[in-house]
Design a protein around this ligand. Sequence first.
Ligand SMILES: C[S@@+](CC[C@H](N)C(=O)[O-])C[C@H]1O[C@@H](n2cnc3c(N)ncnc32)[C@H](O)[C@@H]1O
Length: 264
Amino acid sequence: LSKDEKIKHGDIILLFYDERRNWIIRVEEEKEFHTHLGIVNLGSIVGKEWGSIVESSLRKKFYVFRPSIGDLIVKIPRRTNIIYPKDAGFILLSAGIGPGSRVAEAGSGSGALASILAYYVRPTGHVYSYEVREDFIKLAKRNVKRLGLLDYVTFKNKDIKEGIDEGDLDAVILDLTTPWDYVKVAYDALSAHGMFVSFSPTIDQVIKTYDALLKNGFRFMRCVESFLRDIIVRPGKTRPSSRMIGHTGYILLARKVSKDEGTK
Ligand SMILES: C[S@@+](CC[C@H](N)C(=O)[O-])C[C@H]1O[C@@H](n2cnc3c(N)ncnc32)[C@H](O)[C@@H]1O
């Protein structure tokens, strides 16, 4: 996530041949990167400008780009489903998450959402990421660290049914199987203006969570599903791509209201 003009040893790059063949790798001076398109000497990239071309041993040309947080997330090593950029972008805007926000999320999973949140709450905000499984915490931590964002995330190996340790939070985001069980926990941890967000693959989960929200001090629920369709732009034959991701999950948002109002 370097902001320098020139590529340094240790930078994470997007090595780009074409839309299908591109990789996220770390530049290490004495290392080579092997692909079926030849070997790329990573040391030869150091000192080049972003957007430069590097040639492999088979004289194939690769671009060296600075990856965006979106590029990094779609290629994050994962062992769980992750939140994709199309959903994360909407969540960030709707929950008003930005520099300085304090956010709790559960579970950490592969650390994709934790990385996105950390990236946007910098430099003064913080993410508290809860996860029951120790192996997933390890993976999520490794992924967040690789992106240089570990200072902005505190991982907790804890079931959120035991509560969220922090208070006065700007948002609580639940990406787990039974969000309805933790609506009260979220209410207690949120500030007066806090936003609740859950992400669920099925409508059945949304309906149960909606009911729990209604009974536990939340109002103005909004459920959305986002679709993203690529457009293939070619002179004289521009059209939508025939492939797209059909379904990821439903996003359910809710506003916290004061205790007296919420129980009327
Ligand atoms: C779909 S994954 C989350 C993926 C994550 N949002 C990401 O983008 O990488 C769901 C995770 O929630 C965890 N989980 C389920 N119930 C939990 C609970 N009560 N407290 C904490 N974590 C929980 C699971 O172990 C799993 O790792």
